[in-house]
Write a protein that binds this ligand. Structure first.
Ligand code: ATP
Length: 450
């Protein structure tokens, strides 16, 4: 069949903005600041500012809503970051959680061997064939627990949240009386001493993960794996990611981790190219079996139908909060001409992701307008993430709200004092409608969709 002609109503997907543009907007508008900046910063660490923290919370809340609250078969967990060191022996992290490290003999820079270009040149100083033999570098951050610095007190900051779920499998099973299939979901910080962090918040040494382990009958694992790939992809699309910027990458067998019988990544078209957003793996029964072996505890499930103990298989969608937030930020970034032909920069966030959902803007800073505008703000505050701003001209305030991605602005003007009505302005269409204050909450709910 010939390819369908492109739909003229759908505009083509623009190229992603440059990363510099995103980093500078993020800093200027209060999404992400370099960490410890007044001391010159600290390598590849970032702090989320007032807009960034709301963006990140929204990402986590939408994930939790889709993965836990709206599902009949998944429960949540919040395990400790510090775990018994034996966990990491059993999981294979002490043995296997390594990257191949090489040094350039000319410039002394360090690289991950598997990320070097094929031309045999150092990406930093361009020296030819200057790399040392590679050696395995373990990515776990070590620390000491308590006041003694001896080996017995050595511990690790968790490099993934998943192991906290596996070691609590039995606790969750018996306390909540779950039947297969069921899942356990967790959001939390993880730490990896990455050899080459970079690309802004894409790869950092401290980051947040959203992971869910879905326990299934072994023979249904391939089917559940496919289903979770579909569900996770749909989650990004439902929250507004352009389908042309999202794709699947099926790992070939030789690229699979030691525990995996199949992994598909969801990749996003970042400014530097396609890169991993989330991995969905079939982890088989590796984790429960290895923890049973190392702990001496039985980690199995009693199947009432067959009267047998079985070890479930596990399907794991593992996403990064920071990477998802970055993808939403990049995807939302839009520059289009305004009515005067000037460039208008806006972030077209989905309303559920937007760090401010409604801004209340009195037409000007005026003692007659302020009390009514404050009342309007008070009425909206319990329902959505809101903001009140009465500085600068109304035009500039609209532009500022566009640039932080606020879907709706509510303007209180002098007519409002008489007609008890306000104007709702939409970010994307810039359309304005007049609504009575008494019906404002309903009108906003209607427009936002929640
Ligand atoms: P990569 O190949 O990019 O190093 P990975 O395959 O090791 O990642 P996983 O162990 O599958 O990553 O972790 C699941 C998710 O956690 C990733 O898809 C990513 O979103 C996030 N993540 C992993 N490492 C980092 C990091 N250093 N910084 C930010 N997010 C990360």
């Amino acid at each position: 069949m010939p390819d369908a002609a492109p739909d003229p109503a759908t505009p083509p997907t623009p190229d992603p903005p440059s990363l510099d543009v995103i980093v500078s907007l993020a800093k200027r508008r209060g999404f992400v600041f370099p960490s410890s900046e007044i001391y010159g910063g600290f390598a590849s660490t970032w702090d989320y500012g007032p807009y960034g923290v709301e963006l990140k919370r929204n990402v986590k809340e939408q994930w939790w809503r889709a993965m836990v609250r709206e599902r009949p078969d998944i429960v949540g967990l919040d395990a400790a970051i510090l775990m018994a060191p034996k966990v990491w022996e059993a999981s294979g992290h002490i043995q296997n959680f390594t990257d191949p490290l090489v040094d350039c003999k000319a410039c002394k820079q360090r690289f991950r061997e598997d990320q070097l270009p094929n031309d045999g040149r150092c990406p930093n100083c361009a020296a030819e064939h200057s790399m040392t033999e590679s050696r395995q570098f373990n990515l776990m951050f070590g620390t000491h627990v308590g006041p003694v610095q001896e080996d017995a007190a050595r511990a690790f900051l968790r490099p993934e949240t998943a192991q906290g779920i596996f070691v609590n499998f039995e606790n969750v099973l018996t306390s909540t009386r779950r039947r297969l299939p069921f899942g356990i979901a967790q959001i939390g910080k993880s730490f990896r001493n990455e050899i080459t962090p970079g690309n802004f918040t894409f790869r950092t040494r401290e980051f947040e993960q959203m992971e869910m382990e879905f326990f299934v009958q072994p023979d249904s694992a391939p089917e559940w794996h496919e289903r979770w790939i579909d569900l996770r992809e749909q989650w990004y699309l439902d929250l507004g990611i352009d389908p042309n910027n999202l794709r699947r990458d099926v790992h070939p067998p030789e690229k699979l981790s030691h525990y995996s019988a199949g992994t598909t990544d969801l990749q996003y078209r970042f400014p530097w190219g396609w890169d991993e957003l989330e991995g969905i793996a079939n982890r088989t029964d590796f984790d429960l079996k290895t923890h049973a072996e190392h702990s001496g505890k039985r980690l199995s499930y009693f199947d009432n139908d067959t009267n047998e103990h079985i070890v479930p298989y596990v399907i794991e969608p593992a996403a990064g909060v920071d990477r998802a937030a970055l993808a939403f930020l990049i995807d939302a970034y839009t520059v289009e001409p305004d009515e005067k032909g000037n460039d208008r920069t806006l972030l077209k966030f989905h309303p559920r992701i937007a760090p401010t959902q409604v801004a209340v803007l009195p037409l000007s800073r005026n003692e007659k307008l302020s009390p009514l505008a404050q009342d309007v703000w008070t009425a909206l505050r319990p329902h959505w993430i809101t903001q009140y701003d009465e500085t600068q001209s109304i035009g500039r305030r609209y532009r500022r709200q566009d640039e932080v991605g606020t879907p709706l602005c509510v303007t209180v003007d002098f007519d409002s004092l008489d007609d008890q009505a306000v104007t709702i302005r939409e970010r994307d269409s810039q359309e304005q409608v007049r609504v009575p204050i008494a019906g404002l909450v309903d009108a906003v709910r209607d427009k936002l969709g929640f």
